[in-house]
Design a protein around this ligand. Structure first.
Ligand code: SF4
Length: 390
């Protein structure tokens, strides 16, 4: 289950998520949102009847802007809605701020057992240029507070290819992340999303990264290779393109997403995939409205907060997704699993593309069983590889 909390202290100029600025979140506004989430859960749970829950991910936005009793209410309702008492993994995204730091013990008491901290960088200049609300010292304080609160599973989010971020600055970020000894690290490349202030600045030539796209790409590639080397030397395994973990600390929530398992998404802008049913064997994809007022109004009126009719996934789309989501992972695509679901091995549907990518040195096809995996070069050019399967 994914629960989206749209509030952020301020909206970062590169952000494309469904968010609203809420410097301080009033308790009435907070309760209204949590009430809406629980009503939506009640309305949607029937589609997941009889299933147990593998993970609960509270993301955003900044879900740690909610007070611990609100997080406890959500977790209690989720536990009650699903059989089996779980979920075994409950993750909360936390942004560095004094307010949220003080709430960490309360979040732990509420049942959260994994925190994902939006550090992004330990470099104040990079944070300032990203328009982030926090500075490096706040990030360090929040990480220490996570340990003090007893969290044994901490993930650090780092950004790469940000304005003003040189390779040596990124190396310092990696070194500081490693020194903190988290269980998990995610490294995401900054993407310039259309319609954001960063897109406008980039179009005007005001976003100083390497201006030349080739130089930018070379820098991003160096950063990705450096992350793999430095984190690998510290014992982290790159189990997915952007994610590194010590063995046993891979995120359950992320894994289920790459395995295309059903997801119940609640809240503003949340995505869901209903479980397969006889008439919709690949499930139904749904997305909620992205505007907070419209979402709240719909739920309060007893209407669906979805942005449109759900889309029943077809075999062709599902096959392509099965390939490129599995190729994101170090394990790659299990050809036998694929054949069980789609009635034939990947080669039957994508033979020409597989041959082309293998000949370009981007993909490896195991001779024994037809399993597929990206090469090191394929990992660097993954977007181009994935496009070929769609
Ligand atoms: S903190 Fe994260 S979710 Fe919030 S505005 Fe910034 S990038 Fe978006």
């Amino acid at each position: 289950m994914y629960v989206h909390v749209p509030f952020c202290e301020r909206v970062c100029p590169y952000c494309d998520f469904a968010v609203v600025a809420a410097r301080s979140l009033g308790s009435a506004e907070e309760s209204r949102y949590v009430d809406a989430l629980l009503s939506e859960l009640e309305a949607r749970r029937a589609a997941f009847a009889g299933r147990s829950l593998a993970s609960l991910y509270l993301g955003g936005g900044t879900p740690s802007l909610l007070r611990p009793p609100s997080i406890a209410r959500i977790i209690a309702a989720v536990r009650e809605a699903f059989a089996g008492g779980g979920p075994p993994e409950i993750t909360l995204e936390v942004n560095p701020s004094t307010l949220e730091r003080e709430r960490l013990p309360g979040f732990r008491e509420a049942g959260v057992d994994r925190v994902s901290v939006g550090i992004q960088s330990f470099d104040d200049e990079v944070l300032r240029r990203l328009g982030r609300a926090h500075r490096a010292e706040a990030g360090r304080g929040t990480l220490r507070a996570c340990r003090d609160a007893g969290f044994g599973s901490v993930s650090i989010d780092l950004i790469l290819a940000a304005p003003a971020q040189t390779l040596s600055r990124f190396e310092r970020d990696l070194a500081e992340a490693v020194a903190f000894a988290p269980e998990h690290v995610s490294t995401y490349e900054l993407t310039i999303e259309p319609g954001t202030p960063f897109a406008t600045a980039a179009a005007r030539g005001q976003l100083v990264r390497p201006a030349d796209p080739d130089a930018r790409e070379r820098l991003a590639v160096s950063m990705i290779e450096t992350a793999e080397a430095r984190l690998g030397a510290a014992g982290f395994v790159r189990y997915e393109l952007s994610n590194y973990a010590h063995p046993g600390f891979e995120a359950v929530h992320n894994r289920r997403y790459w395995e295309r398992r059903p997801v119940l998404g609640l809240g503003v802008g949340a995505f869901s995939t209903d479980p397969p049913a006889p008439e919709t064997p690949f499930g139904i994809r749904r997305s909620n409205r992205r505007e907070l007022a419209a979402y709240l109004e719909a739920v309060a009126a007893g209407r669906s907060p979805e942005a449109g009719p759900g889309e029943a996934l077809d075999a062709r789309t599902s096959r392509a997704e099965a390939v490129f989501l599995a190729l994101r992972t170090a394990r790659g695509l299990d050809a036998a699993d694929f054949a069980r679901e789609f009635g034939g091995p990947p080669r039957r549907f994508h033979g020409a593309v597989i041959d082309e990518l293998v000949s370009l040195g981007l993909l490896v096809e195991a001779a024994r069983d037809g399993d597929l995996c990206l090469t090191a070069r394929g990992r660097l050019l993954s977007d181009s590889v994935f496009e070929r399967f769609v």
